[in-house]
Design a protein around this ligand. Structure first.
Ligand code: HPA
Length: 274
């Protein structure tokens, strides 16, 4: 079966299970599972029931799609994403984004936990991503290009939608949320970075680093979706003395920032939808 046929089959299965037409999709990052509560009238489909969806490798984190509404706007949400470091290939990592497009989604909102490489950032800060640098060893668009899915050589001059960034900044100002803006570096992981790598990431022009988002954004742009992405800064890599980073601390910091993030995402989705 071609990728195109697989996408159609999966989208048709999902349509048979739900009765909403999501205009926006949200991908939740590590520790941000609490954002699921912003969805009203939720219908859930576990990934394990969805044909062609990758099978989750992380025990207890099987993941699900959630369909519902945010202030009247029909949305879908991915609770649990697929990371390259788990062993999936890039087509698998980005498959859900293809399915979103096939379901009629027009705007994709992504969140993640990231390490700060900008010394003016502190743990718990939110950073709107305005650009990225892709260092993943495999490109999600490598190989045969099916023109029905997008063009061979996609433009990436405005991967992160400027109007959505402006809107998000306005909402943060109104809500009194201190928000940073910066460039995200996508690395494969699963190791956190060495002190020299954090310095390198900073020197090449990035303010934050993480192990996700970039592949999904590339495929979303290939598919013609508008994209908004935001990081929670869960640790600071730039420091005179090496600072240990653990997954537990990352999750804790993300969890703490989740209510702030939920308020922003809900307001932004509502405004973007209308
Ligand atoms: N590096 C890479 N990924 C991360 C980090 C980090 O410091 N923090 C959270 N995800």
């Amino acid at each position: 079966m071609t990728l195109f046929d697989k996408i159609q089959a999966t989208a048709n299965y999902i349509k048979s299970r739900i009765d909403n037409n999501p205009k926006a999709a949200i991908i939740l990052g590590s520790g941000l599972g609490g954002l699921i509560d912003i969805i009203q009238d939720a219908t859930e489909i576990p990934y394990s029931e969805i044909p062609n969806f990758p099978v989750s490798t992380v025990k207890g984190h099987s993941g699900k799609l959630v369909f519902g509404k945010i202030n009247g706007c029909e949305v879908m949400l991915m609770a649990g994403r697929f990371h390259y470091y788990e062993g999936y290939n890039m087509q698998e990592v980005t498959f859900p984004v293809r399915v979103m497009k096939a379901l009629g989604v027009e705007i994709l909102f992504l969140s993640n936990a990231a390490g700060g490489t900008n010394s003016s950032f502190k743990i718990g800060d939110l950073m709107i991503i305005n650009d990225h640098i892709n260092t993943f060893p495999e490109h999600p668009l490598r190989g045969h290009n099916d023109e029905r899915l997008g063009t061979r050589f996609p433009d990436m001059s405005e991967a992160y939608d400027h109007d959505l960034i402006k809107l998000a900044k306005q909402i943060c100002a109104e809500k009194g949320i201190d928000v940073k803006t910066g460039v995200y570096c996508g690395l494969q992981g699963p190791t956190f970075e060495t002190p020299a790598e954090y310095r390198w990431i900073h020197t090449m022009g990035c303010d934050a680093v993480g192990m996700s988002t970039v592949p999904e954004v590339i495929v979303a742009r290939h598919a013609g979706l508008r994209v908004f992405a935001i990081s929670v800064i869960t640790d600071i890599g730039i420091s005179d003395v090496p600072v240990k980073v653990s997954h537990e601390e990352v999750l804790e910091a993300a969890n703490e920032a989740a209510p702030k993030m939920a308020g922003l995402v809900a307001a932004l989705v509502t405004a973007a939808c209308s």
